[in-house]
Design a binder for this molecule. Structure first.
Ligand SMILES: [Zn+2]
Length: 184
């Protein structure tokens, strides 16, 4: 898988791939079943032309399934064209429903969802305002401002009461809490 782009519609690719495989395998299995039961079918009146028509439809269905697988790998290897191939997968899956029951409809349903997801997929924006921060960008987080009352500033601007320890403004002559007079 070396050389494939990093970003691609992963789910769309996987569902389309599984759907295409189911459509192909089921078509080929039913063809094998028709051939295995050829004598029984002809005994029931389903011989010759009728069987040949069913087999032809199933072979077309198998080809449609292979094309869906191819489209899935185009979505995987060239995500820029995922929109086009998504539509292609949807069309192929719809045709396979009418031609060969689309892998018991499950394969066609998976391919339809996968094609739709590939169609809807967009490559991530290359701008630094995208989902990942650019390397070297300043962190957006900053510490919150301190909440609640700011504690009284100690130091040259204030003085501590020698009796109760309360902090008072420097020019105070009496302690605001206990009323003790300050020396000096
Ligand atoms: Zn005091």
């Amino acid at each position: 898988m070396a050389g494939y782009p990093e970003q691609y519609p992963r789910t769309g690719f996987l569902l389309s791939l599984i759907g295409g495989i189911l459509i192909t395998v089921v078509s080929l299995l039913v063809v094998a079943l028709v051939y295995a039961l050829a004598s029984e079918l002809s005994a029931l009146g389903y011989g010759g032309a009728a069987t040949a028509l069913v087999v032809a439809e199933l072979m077309v269905g198998a080809v449609l399934g292979i094309l869906i697988i191819y489209g899935a790998y185009q979505v995987r290897s060239r995500p820029a064209s995922a929109r086009i191939w998504g539509i292609g997968i949807i069309v192929l899956a719809l045709v396979s429903i009418f031609v060969s029951s689309g892998g018991f409809y499950i394969g066609a349903l998976l391919a339809l969802i996968g094609g739709f997801l590939a169609y809807r997929w967009r490559p991530p924006a290359p701008s630094p305002t995208g989902w990942s921060p650019a390397p070297g960008a300043p962190p957006t987080w900053s510490p919150p401002p301190p909440s609640g009352p700011t504690p009284p500033l100690a130091g040259a601007a204030g003085k501590f009461c020698p009796y109760c320890g309360a902090s008072n403004p420097a020019p105070a002559r009496f302690c605001a809490r206990c009323g003790a007079g300050f020396p000096g």
